[in-house]
Each structure stands twice: as structure tokens, then as C-alpha cells.
Design a protein around this ligand. Structure first.
Ligand code: NG1
Ligand code: ZN
Length: 526
């Protein structure tokens, strides 16, 4: 039913499989098969999400979701790649091979949660996944059009016997909105109180994708607490998905998206095509564009969590995880000013998530706006105990209660644009800040990200969270020599995991210096 149509191999990368939608039918079928095998091996529900995130509308992709709602374990990424690339006649033998390798019991009846974004190609690709699931006698559960983080949430709920929440869309809205309204019910914190710069009005760019569809559920439920004005909600199949709008467009071009009205000093946000990323921004009275990206969101959250923790008097170890693309000024602010330890890991959300789990409270964000907060069970237990501890003051107990409510607003499984938005709005309101106050915390170092195309990007290999080049020999010395000429200079190069290019990042004290450093380092790569 789903013959292999492509000769060229494809690879399960940081974003799963992603390519032109018309090349993916058989890959989807095979991922349906693999999902059932993974579910039987783990004796748990597994998820399959059909999306190509911020890519153009004609693309599509697929990612598998592991039992706790996290991304597919790395060792199975290689199996996914094998499954996608073997000939039709080898499919049965590769299934036999994996069953033997992991001793997979083939009798268990397992559930596979399937979700898809709004792309016109998604329904037929979803059908192919279902055929694969059924072929190995798994039970597909079709969630229809949902955001990537919603699907991760459903999987986590199912595997915790609903301890994480109810595995339905309604359950998701109920959990997030319920916690948000509790956190923001205190009228003294409202903008109307007079001593606060916070305004409960937010312009929201839905990227003409699933984030536009789903935000409507929140608009209804949030009422006056947060007035979200939705823009970029074009119909399915109009070709407008992610086009000149959305979080990736805004972050990459450092530009206001199309479709959102230009209003000076008004807080705006953009999500991406599957609503797992968010960035904030505004235009000032001189029409200058200001971006508040993942680094800003991470620092805002970490600072607030630290403040609340101090109020509770409970000692929990809090850490922040970044990649090398995080602005140097943000790292300095977090370590020097907030005194929160920072770890730097390789690009790709799975690396950040994994590292964050080492802390009792781990905040992680990529500069592009993908991130969340994870809490260890011990942290949750300590906070729960504190709320009923009569030896603590009211203020201490209230702070613990507030932290527990914050945990419920957060989608711990993966970056979630709407959940992150509710968290940011809660913090801004509590601090009495608008976006300008938030931006004043520190000043970004000017930076430049460039793409360089070379014959084989894999000649460049790196170490130390991708900040140092190991090969080709001598390249790192040349980069070091360039960096040393610039005040506050920092630069690194690495092969992209999602495009056939090398990325060059540079930052320095001034715009001109950052640009020059990026161009000079690019010349060494080329
Ligand atoms: P690559 O192409 O490996 O740089 C890009 C983003 C990552 C991540 C992945 C997955 C940058 C510099 N890189 O990775 O942050 O989001 O795509 O989508 O933004
Ligand atoms: Zn995305």
C-alpha cells in the first residue's frame, strides 16, 4: 500500500524527518510500524506528530514522542533512519531484526497517539501512519489537528495514568487556563491598580497555523484577564502558513511580521507553525524593532523562579541551560546578576531537555524561542509539603503555592508556545512590567548569524557544546586569532543539523564589529 518512492536516503535528525510532503508517504507508514515496536518495547503509549514546524507549507515531517512526552531516544533515531531507507523487500527483515535485538514482546496491545498540523498534506500522511500502526496490530488514537506540544502532553498524560493531566484537548485547556487564572486572580496585580506598567493586551501572530486555531480556545476562557488579539489566521491550504510571519520569520529577519498591525510600544508575540516556539517583540515610537527572544524569556523565568524560591526559603537547585547561540549578555546577566548557574549544550532541544533534568528546577531555551522548565519530583514534593507546613510564615506558604500553580501552567514535556506565553504574561503582571521594563534587564550584544555553503559540511567537527572546531586542523586557531581582535568578541562555526550549510555565529561590542567578525570567520570556513 505504501511503496518506497524515493531512492535517496533521508535521516532522522533533530527535527525528525523533514522534507517535501510528497516524498513522505512510505516514511509515515514505516514510522507507524516503528511507533508500535517502540510502544511494545517500552510497554507504554508512544506519539507520532506530523508537522514541519516553521518550514514552508509544501513541506512536511514526522517526529516520534517517547513515553514521558519527550523526544525519541537517540539510539532509536538510528533505527528510524534505517526503517525509512530500506527497500520494500527488506522491511520485514528489519522488523524481525529490531524485535530480536530488543526482545520485543509482540502480544501487547499498545496505543499510538497521532497528531498533525494544519498542512494540506497532513491528513493523507496521517492516514499512512495509521496504516502502519494497524499493520502491526497497534491501536491508533487520532487527535486530529493539534500543536506539537499538545501531542507531547497527551502522551505524558496517558503514561502517567492521568497524573500529568487529562489526555484530551479539553483537559489541556482546563489545566493551563485553570492555573493561569489562579495565578492572575489577584486584582492588586492588575494593570488597573495604577502602579503597574503591565497592560493585559497582547497582539498574537498565529503564523497561519495550528497556533492560530488553538489560541481561540484560550481567548474564550481567559476573558478580561488577558486580552489576546489574534492575527494571521488564514485558512488551511492558502499557502500562507509561516509565510512572512511566525516566530522563525521574526527571529531570523529581526523584523515585524506581515499581518500584525504596527502599533507603537504594544506587546506582540509570534508562534511558529506547530506552536512549539514563541518570541516577543515591539516597535518603539521611532519605528525601531525590538526582539525579546528565547534568551530573554529564559532569563525572565529563571529570575522569577529564583525570587519565589527565596520567598519560600526552600533550597532547590535551579539551573539554566542554553546553547552557544545564546547572547553573551544574557549569559553574563544570569550568572553575574541573577547568580543562577548556566550550562551550555549542543544545539537541539533534546540536548537542552536532557541537561535540564539534572537540576531540581531546570529552565532551558534556545535563542529561537523553543524551551520550557522541568521540575524534579523532589522539587514538587518539597513545595507541596511547604504549603501545609504550619511552621512556615504565610508569605512562605503562599510563595510555595504560587510555584505549584506555575508548574501547572508549564508544559514540562517540551517547548510550548502558548504555555510559555501564559508564563511570561503571569510574570510580567506580577512584576508590574511591560515589554520595555523586561527589555531593560540587560542589553544584547550585537550579533550576526551567517550561512556558508561548502562542498561537504561534515569536514567541520566540533567539541565543547559545538563552540570549538576540532577539524579541519588549524581552523580553530584562525578563528581564535580573529576573535582576539574584537572587544567582547565571540564566534563559532558548526555544521547545521537541519540544512546543508555551515552556520557562523559572531558577536562583539558593536554592530560593525559583529558583522566584520562574522564575515571574516566565514571567509576562513569557505
Ligand atoms: P541547526 O540547523 O542544526 O542549526 C536549527 C536551529 C536549532 C533547532 C533546530 C531544530 C538555530 C541556529 N538552529 O538547527 O536551534 O531549533 O533547527 O529545528 O536556530
Ligand atoms: Zn516548531
Amino acid at each position: 500500500m505504501h511503496p518506497k518512492t524515493e531512492k535517496a536516503d533521508i535521516q532522522y535528525g533533530t527535527a525528525g524527518f523533514r522534507t517535501k510532503a510528497n516524498k513522505l508517504g512510505y516514511v509515515m507508514y514505516r514510522m507507524g510500524l516503528l511507533a508500535v515496536l517502540r510502544a511494545r518495547y517500552k510497554n507504554a503509549t508512544i506519539g507520532v506528530m506530523i508537522t514541519a514546524s516553521h518550514n514552508p507549507e509544501a513541506d512536511n515531517g514526522v517526529k516520534l514522542v517517547d513515553p514521558h512526552g519527550e523526544m525519541l531516544e537517540q539510539s532509536w533515531e538510528a533505527w528510524a533512519t534505517k526503517f525509512a531507507n530500506v527497500g520494500d523487500d527488506q522491511l520485514e527483515s528489519i522488523i524481525a531484526e529490531i524485535i530480536k535485538e530488543y526482545n520485543i514482546p509482540m502480544t501487547e496491545r499498545v496505543h499510538i497517539c497521532i497528531g498533525k498540523d494544519t498542512r494540506p498534506s497532513s491528513p493523507s500522511l496521517s492516514k499512512s501512519v495509521m496504516d502502519g500502526v494497524l499493520a502491526l496490530a497497534g491501536k491508533p488514537i487520532d487527535f486530529g489537528i493539534v500543536s506539537t506540544p499538545q501531542l507531547h502532553y497527551f502522551v505524558a498524560c496517558k503514561n502517567t495514568k492521568h497524573a500529568y493531566g487529562i489526555p484530551t484537548e479539553e483537559g489541556y485547556y482546563h489545566k493551563l487556563v485553570g492555573a493561569f487564572l489562579k495565578l492572575n486572580a489577584d486584582q492588586r496585580l492588575n494593570s488597573s491598580a495604577g502602579n503597574s506598567n503591565y497592560r493585559n493586551r497582547l497582539l498574537y501572530d498565529g503564523a497561519n497555523g495550528v497556533g492560530a486555531k488553538k489560541i481561540k480556545q484560550f481567548q474564550e476562557r481567559l476573558g478580561e484577564t488577558l486580552k489576546i488579539e489574534l492575527y494571521n489566521d488564514e485558512g488551511i491550504g492558502t499557502g500562507k502558513l509561516n509565510y512572512l510571519c511566525g516566530a522563525d520569520f521574526v527571529k531570523s529577519n529581526q523584523k515585524f511580521p506581515n499581518g500584525v498591525p504596527l502599533q507603537h510600544n504594544v506587546r506582540c508575540c509570534s508562534v511558529d507553525g506547530d506552536a512549539d516556539r514563541i518570541v516577543y517583540y515591539f516597535i518603539d515610537e521611532d519605528d525601531k524593532f525590538h526582539l525579546l527572544d528565547g534568551d530573554r524569556i529564559a532569563t525572565l523565568i529563571a529570575a522569577y523562579l529564583k525570587e519565589l524560591l527565596e520567598e519560600t526559603g526552600i533550597d532547590l537547585n535551579l539551573g539554566l541551560i542554553q546553547t552557544a547561540y545564546a547572547n553573551g549578555a544574557s549569559t553574563e546577566y544570569i550568572t553575574q546578576k541573577l547568580k543562577v548557574p548556566v550550562a551550555c549544550v549542543s544545539t537541539g532541544v533534546k540536548h537542552l531537555h536532557h541537561k535540564a533534568l539534572e537540576y531540581e528546577i531546570g529552565v532551558y531555551f534556545e535563542a529561537n524561542g523553543h524551551g520550557t522548565v522541568v521540575f524534579q519530583k523532589t522539587a514538587k514534593d518539597k513545595l507541596k509539603r511547604a504549603t501545609g507546613d504550619s511552621s512556615l510564615t504565610d508569605a512562605q506558604r503562599n510563595a510555595a503555592e504560587r510555584l505549584l500553580n506555575l508548574i501547572d501552567v508549564i508544559n514540562e514535556t517540551v517547548g510550548d508556545a502558548i504555555s510559555d506565553m501564559l508564563l511570561v504574561e503571569t510574570i510580567l503582571r506580577a512584576k508590574g512590567w511591560d515589554v520595555q521594563d523586561w527589555e531593560a534587564a540587560y542589553t544584547d550584544l550585537p550579533n550576526r548569524l551567517m550561512k556558508v555553503t561548502i562542498a561537504n559540511r561534515n569536514v567541520i567537527t566540533t567539541t565543547n557544546a559545538e563552540t570549538i572546531c576540532v577539524t579541519p586542523p588549524g581552523l580553530q586557531d584562525e578563528i581564535n586569532a580573529l576573535i582576539s581582535k574584537f572587544k567582547k568578541g565571540r564566534s563559532f562555526v558548526r555544521p547545521s543539523g537541519t540544512e546543508d550549510i555551515v552556520r557562523v555565529y559572531a558577536e562583539a561590542a558593536t554592530r560593525e564589529e559583529a558583522d566584520t567578525l562574522a564575515v571574516e570567520v566565514s571567509r576562513k570556513v569557505y
